[in-house]
Write a protein that binds this ligand. Structure first.
Ligand code: PEP
Ligand code: CO
Length: 453
């Protein structure tokens, strides 16, 4: 029996192997939370989801480019106005750079308003001789290394839902209030970009866009309203299926079920098994679905996954996010790309140049001398992005976008870039609880170099 013949419901995933789920000590408390989340309004609408799907289909045809980025994990503490505004600003500035260089419309998707749960490579870790559950994101438990803090607490799911709603509310208000108005890109400035080695190039771009806009408006005889607002879509890793299924609903006047916790959920490499619960869940929702593709993905598993998610070949539905690492993409990617192309199934290819390039270094100096730190080298991130662009060109299949871990703040988590951060700089402003993010300048630099490639 093919997967499309099997009955699906928002709960049918329960019959499949489900990886990376928190084990709640009090199941009744979890059920109470899920009933409450299930009765609350949705976070996004089916209308928005369908419009994103249409834009993803355009990007797959090479008519548009997707800029998808944000924190590895959002934290509850960063649900505040300056952190959210900084994230929007960096995505806006990057999209300006991409529009200017690529001459394509850009779709912006944030890893925000729900990116609160993380897969981990081990369920437990030993700290000072005590075995504790690993930290799985603010939706699940707390990072402090005590048994009480690490115990999964279902009420955090409710706190996560609320913070997603607060974040979205602020994003929508900023966007509606003209925050993204192309007539005033100076509003998107961040204090320290003025001291950046890239400031002059960015300023030239902003000035040239301003001039083109004034020219077009002179011709049009008025303000071009489309330039006054932009859309942001939300996304997060689809991980805790109890939560996701509580927000999966039917809506009036549309067929099928929508996961209304986010516009674009994605399945990570640790939960992507073709026979697993995460794929079963995604099979029945109408959202576009992201699937991470890595060096261990086989042609057979990939084709089966695409077929399961989109038996009728719906455009914009399946987003394949490649993350091989700069040293492996050249060998691992082309056979997968060709196999999907030859299958004729439409997919949206996006390059994530971050997750295959994580490494551990031991700084020689600075506050963290002698300690192991997780980082990424800017040169490796850029090299993977460049190779992806080349491979796509060579195979005649458009690269539809990039997926990046970044922050609008001046952190020191990845090394390299125009300012030449070294391992010894990492201790200065390392704030991520999970993966290292590009800082503001590194993110802008990446956009400039991708736009030029
Ligand atoms: C992520 O995107 O944060 C992530 C965990 O990615 P991957 O599943 O590709 O490792
Ligand atoms: Co990550």
């Amino acid at each position: 029996m093919s997967s499309s013949d099997r009955a699906w419901s928002p709960q049918s995933w329960r019959a499949y192997p489900c990886r990376q789920q928190p084990v709640y000590p009090d199941r009744a408390a979890l059920e109470r939370v899920l009933a409450e989340v299930g009765a609350l309004p949705p976070l996004v609408t089916s209308y928005e989801i369908e419009s994103l799907k249409a834009q993803l289909a355009e990007a797959a045809r090479g008519e548009r480019f997707i800029l998808w980025g944000g924190d590895c994990a959002e934290s509850f503490a960063d649900c505040n106005s300056s952190a959210i505004a900084a994230k929007l600003k960096i995505l806006l500035q990057m999209s300006l750079v991409l529009v200017h260089g690529m001459r394509k419309r850009i779709t912006r998707i944030g890893r925000f308003a729900g990116q609160y749960a993380k897969p981990r490579s081990a369920a437990t870790e030993t700290i000072d001789g005590v075995e504790l559950p690993t930290y799985r994101g603010d939706n699940i438990n707390h990072p402090e290394p005590t048994a009480a803090a690490r115990a999964p607490d279902p009420t955090l799911l409710l706190r996560g839902y609320e913070r997603s709603a607060l974040t979205l509310n602020f994003v929508r208000s900023l966007v509606d209030g003209g925050f993204a108005d192309l007539h005033h890109p100076e509003n998107w400035d961040l204090e320290f970009v003025r001291h950046s080695p890239l400031a002059a190039e960015y300023q030239r771009m902003v000035d040239s866009i301003g001039e083109s806009l004034r020219f077009m408006e002179t011709l049009a005889g008025g303000t071009i309203a489309a330039m006054q607002r932009v859309d942001f879509y939300t996304s997060h890793e689809l991980l805790v299926l109890d939560y996701e299924s509580a927000l999966t609903r039917q809506v009036p006047r549309r067929d099928g079920w929508f996961n209304l916790s986010t516009h674009l959920p994605w399945i990570g490499v640790r939960t992507g098994a073709p026979d697993g619960a995460h794929l079963e869940f995604c099979r029945g929702i109408r959202n576009p679905v992201g699937v991470k593709v890595g060096p261990d993905t086989t042609v057979e598993a990939l084709l089966s996954t695409v077929r399961t998610l989109s038996p009728d070949g719906e455009e914009g539905r399946v987003v394949l996010v490649t993350r091989f690492g700069a040293h492996r993409i050249g060998r691992a990617f082309p056979p997968l790309l060709r196999a999907v192309r030859e299958s004729g199934m439409p997919v949206v290819w996006v390059c994530d140049p971050m997750h295959g390039n994580t490494e551990t270094v031991v700084p020689a100096a600075g506050a963290w001398a002698g300690k192991s730190v997780k980082t990424r080298k800017f040169a490796h991130v850029l090299a993977e992005a460049h190779q992806a662009i080349e491979i796509h060109r060579g195979e005649g299949v458009p690269l539809a976008g990039v997926h990046v871990e970044l922050t609008g703040e001046n952190v020191t988590e990845c090394t390299g870039g125009a300012r030449g951060l070294t391992d010894d700089d990492l201790s200065r402003a390392y704030r991520s609880q999970v993966d290292p993010r590009l800082n503001y300048e590194q993110a802008l630099e990446l956009a400039m170099l991708i736009a030029r490639a």
